[in-house]
Design a protein around this ligand. Structure first.
Ligand code: ADE
Length: 343
């Protein structure tokens, strides 16, 4: 399978798992949405002000690691404002004509959500600029010297977009999100516990003792992961006829290869390769990806944010390095140069 195909397959798998989970457990009101307080407060002002003026809210970009609730926020904005939500994604918009068709089919006041907006190509991005800024669609007809542009007026709309790779968003595109560019933060362990109790109620299971705490500790501070682990622990408890307590959680997640900090087998392999093959780095992303037979994008999107958050690795201008905590977590001897740094 070519690397592009394999990435597309991976994306599809991630998306289908995500949408299945999200549909059942997605909060349907601001009150039910736990965490991301700063973003909720800012959106609240943005939406109220627009409603008072009687205009559609301005365009907003959400970014951050996968599973933190970017799509959920888009659904909530639509609900809160009573507007239609049309959903598409960067990879689904292959041609300028695809975007033109989406935009011309909007009704006044609609909200358009473009997930993975970093996957839009340059030509399509350029059609988006005047649409976002002036509400017009510039269409070029013909080629060469006889080419001419016609301008179509679009119905007023709000673009909500999401990306896991904000560095890939060009600055002209970023600057057109006049309503704001919001970074979703990792959740606290307490927030994840609260989310787990809510989800447990929805799927009809009882979390006993410290079960929620044990799942939260391994959840990568990410609701999607926490909810996924909850369901796997529920399955384990059901098949083994055990209560859903901390023992069951520990056994179920150990079976999935998840360690006590929530690291997956692929995270562990990454740390081990950094220690054993590259003497702790610095090692460039491309080199690391080749050594792991993994896509660079997968490492950047799925592995690194959490490893950085835990302080197990660091990103420097010369590449990624394993920290003393990283060595400690692997149970390996900390190299002398890092020991000195600690003192
Ligand atoms: N399920 C997934 N994310 C959630 C959140 N932020 N609040 C409540 N339930 C959730």
């Amino acid at each position: 399978m070519s690397s592009k195909k394999s990435k597309e397959k991976k994306d599809t798998e991630e998306t289908s798992v995500a949408s299945f989970l999200d549909k059942e457990l997605r909060p349907l009101s601001w009150e039910a949405y736990i965490g991301q307080e700063a973003i909720k407060n800012n959106l609240n002002i943005l939406l109220k002000a627009a409603a008072e003026r009687g205009t559609p809210p301005e365009h907003v970009l959400f970014y951050g690691p996968p599973g933190l609730g970017k799509t959920t926020l888009a659904h909530l904005v639509a609900r809160e404002t009573g507007r239609n939500l049309k959903i598409t994604s960067g990879p689904a918009i292959e041609r300028v004509g695809d975007l033109a068709s989406i935009l011309t089919n909007l009704t006044a006041g609609d909200i358009l959500f473009i997930d993975e907006i970093h996957r839009l190509n340059k030509a399509i991005e350029e059609v988006l600029y005047p649409a976002m800024e002036s509400g017009v669609l510039d269409i070029i007809i013909g080629k060469g010297p006889s080419a001419r542009t016609i301008q179509l007026e679009l119905p007023p709309f709000t673009l909500l977009a999401a990306t896991t790779r904000v560095a890939m968003i060009s600055s002209p595109l970023r600057s057109r999100f006049s309503g704001g560019v919001f970074r979703l933060e990792f959740y606290t362990e307490a927030e994840i516990e609260e989310i787990l109790h809510r989800s447990a109620k929805i799927i009809g299971v009882e979390l006993k003792g410290k079960a929620a705490k044990e799942i939260a500790k391994r959840s990568r501070f990410t609701p999607r992961t926490a909810n996924y682990f909850l369901k796997r622990a529920r399955d384990f408890a059901q098949v083994e006829s055990k209560p859903l307590d901390e023992e069951t959680v520990k056994k179920a997640l150990a079976m999935l290869g998840i360690d006590e900090k929530g690291l997956s087998p692929s995270d562990k392999k990454l740390l081990e390769v950094m220690a054993d093959k590259f003497s702790g780095g610095p090692v460039g992303l491309g080199t690391l990806a080749a050594a792991l037979s993994e896509e660079e994008a997968t490492i950047e999107e799925f592995n690194e944010p959490y490893l950085l958050q835990l302080g197990l690795i660091e990103r420097t201008t010369r590449g990624r390095t394993l920290t003393s905590h990283g060595y400690e977590h692997l149970g390996k001897k900390i190299p002398v140069n890092l020991q000195k740094k600690l003192i």
